[in-house]
Write a protein of this length. Structure first.
Length: 252
């Protein structure tokens, strides 16, 4: 499986600029190759440094793919352009992350309309969506994993295509696709959010194989992380809802 996102003819040629959140992410990008050759930043213990480049491949039929796998060559009628390089320090990506998920700052304002719309459309609780986004990408719309997962909800390209996502770097599409996938997992596991979260991380086949959360360190840590964040988001959203004051106006 290549790390690519397929988009149709007529899509914008360039990805929008990003302002990455501070705290769990330290993210830089450049329009040149300089970041792929630069020295890695000093990372706190328990964090990971991710680096690479994003390329746009335009096929002869007009379709476009975005990929962070360096293309091996250009087929006849196909053009390749590097859009940007990136380097990121992600404390949230490591199994042994030292972040205290019981006290880390929540993000209650970013992508509010898209999250609420996806929550309503697919019947997935807004708190759960925010918890998964927080655990997956720390609300970084350009997040890219070494396994090729992309965007806010870290969609694998195959899953993105199955969920109707044409551009995983488009925040609205990514959230909608991730919510649709979570809704399917919740339905498959009878509404059990722990199992749905485990399946989101390790795949539904692994959850079925072990008849529960798989005995993988990463998945077990991920499920607990999502659970803590989901509870905190639910409590905080409920508190804000009871005041009747928009979250953005309260500076949350």
């Amino acid at each position: 499986m290549t790390s690519a996102v397929v988009v149709g003819p007529g899509e914008p040629e360039a990805l929008p600029p990003v302002t990455a959140p501070k705290g769990t992410w330290d993210y830089r990008e450049s329009a040149s190759q300089d970041l792929t050759a630069s020295a890695a930043p000093v990372a706190p213990k328990g964090s990971r440094v991710l680096r690479g480049a994003v390329y746009r491949i335009t096929r002869p039929d007009g379709g476009v793919e975005y990929t962070n796998i360096p293309p091996g060559g250009s087929a006849k009628g196909q053009s390749i352009k590097m859009l940007f390089t990136y380097i990121a320090t992600c404390a949230a990506c490591d199994v042994h992350s030292r972040i205290d998920w019981n006290s880390v700052a929540l993000n209650l304002t970013s992508y509010g309309d898209a999250i609420r719309a996806a929550s309503s459309e697919y019947g997935v609780d807004e708190a759960l969506l925010r918890a998964v986004i927080h655990a997956e990408s720390a609300f970084n719309p350009r997040a890219l994993s070494v396994a090729g997962a992309q965007g806010l909800m870290q969609l694998i390209p195959g899953t993105a295509r199955d969920m109707g996502v044409l551009d995983a770097f488009d925040a609205g599409q990514n959230i909608r696709g991730g919510a649709r996938y979570l809704a399917l997992l919740l339905r498959n596991f009878n509404g059990n959010e722990r199992l749905a979260a485990a399946a989101y991380n390790a795949g539904p086949g692994a959850v079925q194989k072990y008849n529960g959360v798989p005995p993988y360190d990463e998945t077990q840590v991920y499920v607990e992380r999502v659970g803590v964040l989901r509870k905190r988001y639910a409590e905080t959203l409920k508190q804000h809802a009871s005041t009747g004051v928009p979250l953005a106006d309260r500076g949350a």
